[in-house]
Design a protein. Structure first.
Length: 133
């Protein structure tokens, strides 16, 4: 099973993981890493590496970050390898997809999760035919 690490600014990672657990129950091999103001890159990398090691049982780890170009993303990208992949723009639908789709190659799972996350960003007015949006 591919491990999951959420790494975001402040407490967004914990909130997303807690919400996913509220919906699906236990979410094994998943960790949240919060990047706090004033925290240096060395400390953040240490936390990120520890979280990856904690969730990787041999199939690799997928790191989900809040936005490309931010500190969580930049530091996670420095850990890219055959065993670590990074997907930016984390949202709840992509995290819930990971609950049911964590087998396969790291690249395949990352692609499925990204696609699912994008497909669940909608303009409600356009979807419902109100003519707005």
């Amino acid at each position: 099973m591919i491990g999951v690490v959420l790494c975001t600014h402040r407490s967004l990672a914990e909130a997303l993981l807690d919400t996913a657990k509220m919906i699906v129950g236990d979410f094994p091999a998943a960790e949240a890493v919060a990047v706090q103001p004033g925290e240096g890159p060395v400390d953040i990398l240490r936390k990120l590496k520890a979280a990856i090691e904690a969730v990787d049982a041999g199939d690799g780890a997928l790191v989900l970050v809040d936005m490309f170009g931010g500190t969580p993303s930049n530091l996670a990208l420095s850990l890219l390898s055959e065993r670590v992949e990074v997907v930016t723009g984390v949202n709840l639908p992509m995290l819930l997809k990971l609950f049911t789709h964590r087998e396969g190659t790291l690249a395949d799972v990352a692609a499925v999760v990204r696609k699912h996350g994008c497909e669940n960003i909608l303009v409600a007015g356009a979807l419902l035919g109100s003519g707005e949006g």
